[in-house]
Design a protein around this ligand. Structure first.
Ligand code: ATP
Ligand code: MG
Length: 749
């Protein structure tokens, strides 16, 4: 029983109250997750409950794994038998067993967001709808919202309010798309993420024997981060617990940050109504953070009107004051954060993993990543791709790469038909094969599209070539920023992203802007002599290569505030504390929006155990321009007795940083050569030492020739005269190939 000694009285009460409905509403860091963990251990260890009968729903699979690990320390391997995971992973498991009840195969596929969007794109095309109006993201968001509120396509089509909504939004066909989308998923034996919850609800509604089976099985049901469940999730939980009524939910209304995805704080209030004999536990003692951090966080959340009364306190020491760091620019902000981590780590003998950098939007990671790389501080990005790995960034970089180096095949594949210009995969393949077989650069095939392709694809390739040629001229005449900006615009890439008005779409658009900002800063930096696009690309390629070699086990964590929920770090930096960035410009439609942003700020500050830094920049490159920024209103909401302004001379830090910068560059070894692509198993021919291409104007059938790659062969046939004159040649080792004589290098023997 000694494990219970690690709990304070109300925590212990919550752990020991195993029967009946329990709700723990408590502040950040007060041990909610700890209570759940101990509760499960207690059930198994002291109450003799079979681990198979316990279901625990967490926010991430990682959190579940951690809990399991801790329970294992008390009860041993038996812990592994508890059902523990996210809503999605848990119910996917149940759906696999019960799939036939819903007419699905048990090995149904789960579509990820890309699959879903691609399906919607196809449906929009088939229905001959305008894909500018019915953007996959927008349509999917609408369908997803409906599913999370358990609105089937049938209900969707018959509901006059929804109909009116869609008509006002000038998207009256969403109901129709929703229907076809579901039919196609079903036909493909596939479910999307929302279906996993939606179909579980259907399963439990229509198949009472199945519901009963799981009700009997899960004698104890627990939910962490209850404030962020949506209706669909809530109903599943409630149904499962209906027989035994042993349901325990833990949450913090002050940390509800997913309203935009359908999470409903009402669930907390409804819970009291749904279970009149509810046992409510309040936990108010914070064990995570210093007094300074706890009280500062209280001062922040007290500005919200909509909240349950809580008085969070701690016995922990006062600790350091919160440090406010003001930087001249976003890059300097990155440098100051990196150098502070560097100093703190050395002075206090901390690990890299003791630090986290939290931001409001993913695009802010770029300046941080660059500063950390330059100081050789290992970092990892959680819940998001590294800036330069994101698709939209890769796409624009691919345009730049292909413009600068048209032999770059990977870049070519990315951009040739994106944004869509009617060049299908077969055409792309044909061009790549042609380049290989004629032993000519890909670029030569692209600039002679009509020689290798027919019809519409040929015209599109010609247009593409003209566009790239104009980019080449820009790259020759202009600096990297000007050239990159016009590539982003003229390629249609920026427009494609701009027109997507969903949150993810705006994010991608911002990311591309952020890349342009980085190029602008590169150009503006007097240390960079070569301001060409080629030089910039080289610099970036080296940065990413350095990064890959790093051991990631002890690394600074970079993530959005949203994904930091439930976690804790010794030192936390909340960066970009500026108006329009945090609170986000996009979330300022109403008081509710502002309050959700404030809860997000509360979540961010309460991740810190020992030290919290709030940083902002006076200027930031956004939309390709250096904009002046105003400090966030949230900074004024933090009680100033807990804050000190960082007095360090930022320029001194900047110069010490420059030293690290040059050190980092001493490892320069130049760009790696791209690997050879052969594409065939036959051994490539080595041309004879005296190989010199002959004039093939008079090439005849029956002649013997040598090709630099395919070796020796016989001319079988000559077809089509003029510019498109071709020869079919039977090579000794490579079989018969048709080559365009104006391109093929052949030596007549
Ligand atoms: P959040 O709201 O951020 O999810 P939480 O309420 O789930 O926080 P926990 O993560 O469970 O809080 O606990 C915060 C920290 O305090 C953890 O490091 C935990 O081990 C510690 N802690 C909680 N309760 C106690 C206790 N009674 N004695 C010692 N440490 C405790
Ligand atoms: Mg928690």
């Amino acid at each position: 029983m000694d494990y219970l000694e690690g709990l304070n009285p109300p925590q212990r009460q919550a752990v020991e109250q195993t029967e009946g409905p329990v709700m723990i509403i408590a502040g950040a860091g007060s041990g909610k997750t700890r209570v759940l963990t101990y509760r499960i251990a207690h059930l198994i260890y002291s109450k003799g409950v079979d681990a198979f009968n316990i279901l625990s729903l967490t926010f991430t699979n990682k959190a579940a794994a951690e809990m399991k690990h801790r329970i294992e320390q008390v009860v041993g391997l038996e812990a592994r038998n508890t059902w523990m995971g996210t809503f999605h992973s848990t119910f996917a498991k149940i759906l696999r067993v019960e799939a036939d009840r819903l007419g699905y195969p048990s090995n149904f596929t789960i579509y990820d967001t890309d699959d879903s969007k691609s399906l919607i794109r196809t449906i929009v095309k088939e229905k001959r709808l305008d894909d500018k109006v019915y953007k996959p993201n927008t349509v999917l968001a609408r369908i997803s919202g409906a599913k999370n509120r358990l609105i089937s396509w049938q209900t969707y089509q018959n509901d006059p309010y929804i109909k009116a909504d869609d008509e006002t939004a000038m998207k009256p066909k969403i109901g129709e798309i929703y229907k076809t989308y579901q039919e196609r998923l079903f036909k493909a034996g596939a479910m999307d993420f929302d279906d996993l919850l939606f179909n579980t609800n259907v399963l439990f509604r229509d198949h009472l024997d199945v519901l009963n089976k799981y009700q009997q099985r899960f004698k104890y049901v627990m939910v962490d981060e209850f404030q962020d469940t949506n209706l669909s999730q809530y109903l599943i939980t409630k149904k499962l617990a209906a027989v035994h009524q042993n349901i325990c939910v833990v949450g913090d209304d002050a940390q509800s940050i997913y309203a935009f995805r359908g999470a409903d704080i009402q669930n907390i209030l409804n819970f009291e109504k749904d279970y009149p004999d509810l046992f409510v536990v309040k936990l108010e003692q914070n064990y995570r953070s210093t007094k300074t951090i706890v009280e500062a966080a209280n001062s922040i959340i007290s500005k919200n009107k909509a909240q349950l009364k809580k008085n969070v306190w701690t016995q922990n020491e006062n600790g350091d004051l919160i440090e406010l760091i003001k930087a001249a620019s976003d890059n300097e902000e990155g440098r100051l954060v990196a150098s502070t981590i560097f100093e703190e780590r050395n002075n206090k003998k901390l690990n890299n993993s003791d630090f986290a950098i939290l931001y409001r939007t993913n695009s802010q990671s770029r300046a941080m990543e660059e500063a950390l790389r330059k100081m050789n501080i290992p970092y990892k990005i959680v819940g998001g791709l590294s800036f330069y790995q994101r698709k939209e960034i890769k796409d624009l970089m691919a345009y730049m790469r292909f413009t600068v180096n048209p032999a770059d095949e990977e870049a070519f594949k990315r951009v040739i038909n994106y944004p869509k210009r009617g060049i299908g995969d077969t055409s792309v393949e044909k061009m790549m094969i042609a380049a290989y077989e004629h032993d000519i650069p890909l670029w030569e095939v692209v600039t002679n599209g009509s020689s290798f392709l027919a019809g519409r694809a040929a015209n599109s390739v010609d247009d593409f070539a003209t566009m790239i040629k104009s980019f080449k001229l820009e790259v020759e005449r202009k600096d990297a920023f000007e050239a990159a900006t016009s590539i982003a615009k003229q390629s249609g890439l920026l427009r494609e992203l701009y027109e997507d008005k969903t949150i993810e779409g705006l994010n991608r658009y911002e990311n591309v802007q952020e890349l342009l900002n980085a190029i602008k800063e590169y150009v503006d930096n007097p240390e960079n002599e070569d301001k060409s696009l080629g030089a910039f690309l080289q610099e970036i390629a080296l940065l990413t290569d350095n990064d890959r070699d790093k051991d990631q086990s002890d690394a600074v964590t970079l993530m959005t505030i949203h994904s930091s929920k439930g976690l804790e770090f010794r030192q936390v930096f909340v960066v970009g504390m500026e108006e329009d960035l945090f609170p986000s410009q996009m979330m300022m439609q109403s008081r509710e929006d502002l309050e959700e942003e404030r809860r997000l700020f509360y979540v961010a500050t309460t991740r810190a155990m020992e030290k919290l830094y709030l940083t902002y920049a006076l200027s930031r490159y956004r939309f390709g321009r250096l904009l002046n920024c105003e400090q966030s209103r949230f900074l004024e909401e933090v009680d100033s007795t807990y804050v000190k302004v960082n007095k360090r001379m930022s320029s001194a830090i900047a110069s010490s940083f420059r030293d690290y910068g040059s050190e980092g560059k001493s490892g320069f070894i130049g760009l790696k050569k791209p690997a050879m692509r052969t594409g065939t198993t036959a051994k490539i021919h080595t041309p004879s030492p005296d190989f010199k291409p002959s004039n093939t104007n008079n090439l005849q059938e029956g002649q013997k020739v040598e090709h630099p790659k395919f070796g020796f062969g016989d001319v079988m046939k000559i077809e089509t005269e003029g510019a498109n004159r071709k020869a079919s040649i039977k090579f000794d080792n490579f079989g018969e190939k048709t080559l365009l004589l104006s391109f093929a290098k052949l030596r007549i023997l």
